[in-house]
Design a protein around this ligand. Structure first.
Ligand code: ADP
Ligand code: MG
Length: 392
């Protein structure tokens, strides 16, 4: 299980401290000595393939499982081993497989999330005195505010099971936040979402942090993690250096250090990829990596793949590489002229679609900002018209 930390904006006080957390099921060790510390207002990403033990680790943090080894402290105190007590202590969570109260309304779901912060008992509910009414109003206002915060306020009265999938995930987050946690654990919040919803969820995670919470988010999708770097102090500094290094320097950006970091990161990723490649083909020789080696992946191939697919995304270059691998097979004529083909692809792309086939949003904006702004304005107008129509 890998761990990445979004340090930007994080406080210094430690909220969560896990030491050597281990969980065994019979002979299977699902979580093996995991250490994790989370600072106030920090966003931490946990990544790893299916079955790596990420959800099990969350279950250990939230009292669903009692770890067979190790210790978890929340704000200095050892965590209680009952889920409701963990929530009471200030840790809230969502589930990988959505677990809403399907036949309660959206609003009621969030009000249940506030259960441990209100004290009204049975007699109060039967008597319905002023204190009961005040507590109800408070829970309702709190729930409405959270629904608006997540942008699903208009569904307050619907049954949870009737919400679209993406909104159900948002509702789970609202429900978790209703307990006023200091730390929220999100188990694959973007699973099954389309790119727009995924981006919106990323923004939500940042907004949650702005409300003073620390966030641990499980993702098996690496894009989420990279997008986070992109929209961070470091990511913006990198783009700023590319735009104008002198002006970036005047903003206090240490160009040398950041370029070194980019170089190191690139070299690290390339080394990792090289190790996978070597493992696959069982040999490594320097001439496999010449600019114009006889067979792909040579540098010309990789460059063409990136430019063709689009920079700044993972999908783009993968698509580019797939296309470049498939096309020459079909055109036997070109087989010895791959470089020519790559060159042609580069020229055509630069001329007709410089942002690539599947560009990142930043690249899209760089090339087509005006059209995008116009299209989005149309979308908003259309959505407004639709809503007005529905209201009428
Ligand atoms: N209650 C359980 N009993 C037995 N094995 C379990 C239990 N919960 C999880 N596991 C096993 O632990 C491993 C890790 O699962 P999980 O934490 O769900 O992975 P991830 O969330 O990283 O995909 C899996 O092999 C899974 O089968
Ligand atoms: Mg999981």
């Amino acid at each position: 299980m890998a761990e990445t930390t979004g340090a930007a904006g994080a406080g210094t006080a430690t909220v969560l401290e896990a030491r050597g957390v281990t969980m065994r099921f019979g002979g299977l060790t699902a979580v093996d000595g995991v250490d994790l510390s989370v600072a106030e207002r920090e966003i931490v990403g946990l990544i790893g393939p299916n079955g790596a033990g990420k959800t099990t680790f969350f279950n250990c943090l939230t009292g669903l499982y009692v770890p067979t080894g190790g210790e978890v402290r929340y704000q200095g105190a050892v965590l209680p081993s009952k889920p409701h007590k963990v929530t009471q202590a200030g840790i809230a969570r969502t589930f990988q497989n959505i677990r809403l109260f399907a036949n309660m309304t959206v609003l009621e779901n969030v009000m249940v999330g506030r259960h441990c912060r209100t004290r009204e008992g049975l007699w109060s509910a039967i008597g319905r005195g002023p204190r009961y009414r005040a507590a109800e109003r408070d829970a309702r206002d709190n729930a409405r505010e959270l629904l608006d915060f997540l942008g699903i306020g208009k569904h307050a009265g619907s049954l949870a099971r009737n919400l679209p999938y993406g909104d159900q995930r948002k509702l789970e987050i609202a429900r978790a936040m209703a307990s006023d946690p200091g730390l929220i654990l999100l188990d694959e919040p973007t699973a099954g979402m389309n790119p727009q919803e995924t981006r919106a969820t990323q923004e939500t995670v940042f907004k949650i942090r702005e409300r003073g919470l620390a966030v641990v988010v499980i993702e098996h999708d690496m894009r989420f993690i990279f997008a986070r770097v992109n929209e961070s102090r470091i990511g913006r500094a990198w783009v700023a250096i590319r735009e104008d290094e002198t002006a970036a320097g005047a903003m206090g950006i240490n160009g040398f250090r950041l370029k070194l970091l980019a170089f190191g990161l690139g070299a690290g990723l390339a080394g990792f990829a090289g190790a996978i490649n070597a493992h696959l083909i069982n040999t490594v020789t320097p001439d496999q990596y010449l600019f114009a080696a006889t067979s792909p992946p040579n540098s010309a191939f990789l460059l063409a793949a990136v430019v063709l697919g689009g920079m700044g995304t993972i999908t783009g270059p993968l698509l580019g590489a797939t296309l470049l691998y498939l096309v020459p097979v079909k055109l036997a004529f070109f087989n010895n002229k791959q470089l020519l083909l790559f060159g042609l692809a580069l020229i055509l792309m630069m001329r007709f679609r410089p942002e690539g086939l599947v560009p990142s949003r930043r690249r899209q904006l760089e090339f087509h900002e005006e059209e995008i702004a116009e299209a989005e304005a149309h979308e908003v107008v259309a959505a407004d018209a639709q809503e007005a129509g529905a209201a009428a």
